[in-house]
Design a protein around this ligand. Structure first.
Ligand code: G4F
Length: 326
């Protein structure tokens, strides 16, 4: 039986990936912070339904020794490194901890795997934020990076670390350059879930307005459930490589807002307030991913389209509020 080790297993992608790998017959191990094990209701809600099928290990991405011990115990065949401080806005507020956790965590894990499980295949969650001030549109694997936030910088470093382990030590290390991917399990701090959850609260009469920053920014938004399959496919190839995972469509935050309010039968202009608080010191204006290489080499394509994604998220949030008030 194949054994997979997932960092960031409690997050949106970790939960979908765990379901995907369990369906494929994997033994799934996850790394979580000790506080998460002590507060399962608030910290493990996305994987609550999977807890009796997986093994959780308490460790910290900031501690080489703790990661080394988990790798030694688990001896994984595949490792999916998803854990990160992944909220771009927060990375401006605390650049030091974002850089520290994201870069060192990746290096510690790569090093522990090299020492104790050198045959393990490694997936690094790189990001379209690395393209930042984009040099061309759409962006592909050959587009140069120009990150615009401490988070983006940390992801470029992680990307380079994975590639360097591949070139120096023959580590089977792949970088998935994932564009924004969303779902009803998305954290509430990200713009899509902030919008859909507030639309649901407005619909239920529990909220009066939605305060947002830059509505002109454009993103390539896909469905997280589709994207975890691509992570797995990368590790099933004969050679390690880097891949863009995207939809090749771009939409503004304003379009997302309009559609979300429309799906709930509301007019967005009656509720949205622009608040400078949510603007970033440096913005990534436009992202659109060219996933031709992934389509050709991995046989991967996105299934869920923008409209369906927005509708699905609004519907789930409305449903969630109704079931909670029953
Ligand atoms: O949802 P966001 O916070 O996502 P962002 O910054 O694009 O990053 C996400 O995608 C990356 C992949 O490209 C991941 F690597 C990263 O970890 C994360 O998952 O913001 C999207 C856009 C931005 O342009 C932001 O300025 O929405 C704009 N925005 C406007 N008002 C807002 C708001 N973003 C947030 N979070 N909150 C607002 O009120």
């Amino acid at each position: 039986m194949k054994r997979a080790l997932i960092t960031g297993i409690t997050g949106q992608d970790g939960s979908y990936l765990t379901e995907f790998l369990l369906n494929k017959g994997y033994e799934v191990h996850g790394i979580v912070r000790r506080v998460a094990i002590e507060a399962p209701a608030s910290r493990l809600w996305r994987i609550h339904h999977l807890l009796d099928k997986i093994t959780l290990h308490a460790a910290s991405m900031e501690s080489y020794a703790s990661l080394f011990n988990v790798v030694e115990k688990c001896k994984p065949h595949e490792c999916y490194h998803l854990a990160a401080q992944s909220f771009v806005s927060y990375s401006f507020e605390d650049a030091f901890s974002t850089i520290n956790t994201n870069i060192n965590g990746t290096l510690y894990l790569l090093s522990a795997l090299k020492e104790r499980a050198p045959q393990c295949k490694f997936y690094f969650a790189a990001s379209s934020e690395m393209f930042g001030k984009v040099k061309e549109t759409p962006q592909s694997e050959s587009t140069p990076f120009h990150p615009r936030s401490p988070y983006g910088i940390s992801k470029v470093a992680g990307f380079d670390l994975a590639r360097n382990y591949r070139e120096s030590y023959d580590t089977f290390a792949c970088n998935g350059i994932l564009f924004n991917h969303e779902s009803p399990r998305r954290g509430f701090e990200f713009v899509t879930r902030k919008i859909t959850s507030t639309v649901a609260r407005i619909k239920a009469g529990k909220e009066k307005e939605l305060r947002l920053g830059n509505l002109e920014a454009k993103r390539d938004w896909g469905f997280a459930g589709d994207y975890v399959e691509a992570m797995w496919l990368m590790l099933q190839q004969d050679q390690p490589d880097d891949y863009v995972i995207a939809t090749n469509e771009t939409h503004s935050v304003k379009e997302f807002v309009q559609l979300a309010f429309e799906s709930a039968g509301l007019n967005w202009e009656d509720y949205v307030v622009i608040d400078k608080l949510f603007y970033r010191p440096a913005e990534v204006k436009l992202l659109q991913g060219d996933y031709q290489k992934s389509e050709k080499k991995l046989g991967w394509q996105p299934k869920v389209k923008f409209q369906t994604l927005v509708g699905m998220m609004v519907e789930e949030d409305i449903h969630g509020i109704r079931s909670n008030s029953r």
